[in-house]
Ligand binder design. Structure first.
Ligand SMILES: NC(=O)c1ccc[n+]([C@@H]2O[C@H](COP(=O)([O-])OP(=O)(O)OC[C@H]3O[C@@H](n4cnc5c(N)ncnc54)[C@H](O)[C@@H]3O)[C@@H](O)[C@H]2O)c1
Length: 269
């Protein structure tokens, strides 16, 4: 699936949510591995050190450069410390991947006020805070690339009511557009990826319980039925899109979105 070409050689990348809720290809894990394969030095952030173990093992297996760091990216003090730690370790930040996020079920009546606030904090405020403290580092050297992992739920109803998730991901998309315009002349690009319904460990570990009474197979079938392509993608598909947007090949691309969904949002029935 991959042909490493070292197109991120020596670039320092911060990946948030570099672990995964279970074994396999979550988005943050796949991005960390793919970027390390391309020669990046990966400063990996997650609230759980254990969740990053498999990511670390995969990267260690080919001698890639990986530094795990434990922090909650909804906490601004923790973010200040993590950016300092990255600079102490690698000297700079070239690329920021804002990947932390996740859904809570429920429309406006079912979702509690506390859960709604928590969704905004996890999915949107985390992106704002990471940019707040990383952009000055990029600005000081006149270059940088930021990729936010949003979701097609930010532009469509994607099959289950999860209003806090949908509006926070819509916010991430618009955040990327306005920040892109502000920083375009300063050499900083910012774009969003909108993954569709992937088969990541989140489906088996979390969504099967919240959406399908624990029945993983029936949920996978339901998700596949919405996708025109005859298979379901996984975190590696998000990672390849992120690699392009973070690399110099995307030098004229900012303030936009790349949908990775097997055609799901192009379909209208
Ligand atoms: N899985 C999908 O099908 C899918 C589809 C569209 C978008 N996405 C988006 O992709 C991103 C990653 O999702 P995934 O399912 O691959 O990941 P995941 O849920 O498997 O892993 C996310 C990681 O983030 C960490 N994390 C959670 N909260 C954190 C916090 N506050 N601070 C630091 N770390 C934290 C977790 O410990 C975990 O290791 C999310 O933004 C999600 O909304 C996923």
């Amino acid at each position: 699936m991959y042909t490493p070409t070292l197109r991120l050689e020596n670039k320092v990348v911060i990946v948030t949510g570099a672990g995964c809720v279970g074994p396999g290809w979550g988005n943050g894990r796949a991005i960390s591995v793919r970027f390390a394969q391309e020669g990046a030095r990966v400063f990996a952030v997650d609230k759980s050190l254990e969740a990053m173990t498999e990511t670390h093992d995969m990267i260690r297996a080919f001698g890639g450069d990986f530094t795990p760091y434990v922090a909650d990216v909804t906490d601004s003090k923790a973010i200040v410390s993590l950016v300092q730690a990255c600079i102490a370790q690698y000297g700079t930040v070239d690329i920021l991947i804002n990947n932390v996020g996740g859904p809570a079920p429920g429309g406006p009546v079912a979702l509690s006020e506390e859960s709604f606030d928590a969704q905004i904090d996890l999915n949107l405020k985390s992106v704002f805070l990471m940019c707040k403290y990383v952009i000055p580092v990029m600005e000081s050297k006149g270059s940088g690339a930021i990729v936010n992992i949003a979701s097609i739920s930010g532009i469509r109803f994607s099959g289950a009511p999860q209003v806090g998730y949908a509006v926070s991901k819509a916010g991430v998309i618009q955040f990327g557009r306005v920040v892109a315009v502000e920083y375009a002349k300063k050499g900083i690009r910012i774009n969003s990826i909108l993954p569709g319904q992937l088969h990541t460990p989140l489906v088996d570990v979390v969504l099967a319980n919240t959406q399908s009474g624990g029945d993983v197979e029936s949920l996978l079938k339901k998700r596949q039925a919405r996708i025109p392509m005859p298979f379901t993608g996984d975190g590696r598909d998000t990672a390849n899109a992120a690699l392009f947007l973070a690399s110099d090949e995307a030098r004229f691309i900012t303030g936009t979105e790349l949908i990775v969904d097997g055609g799901m949002t192009a379909k209208c029935d």
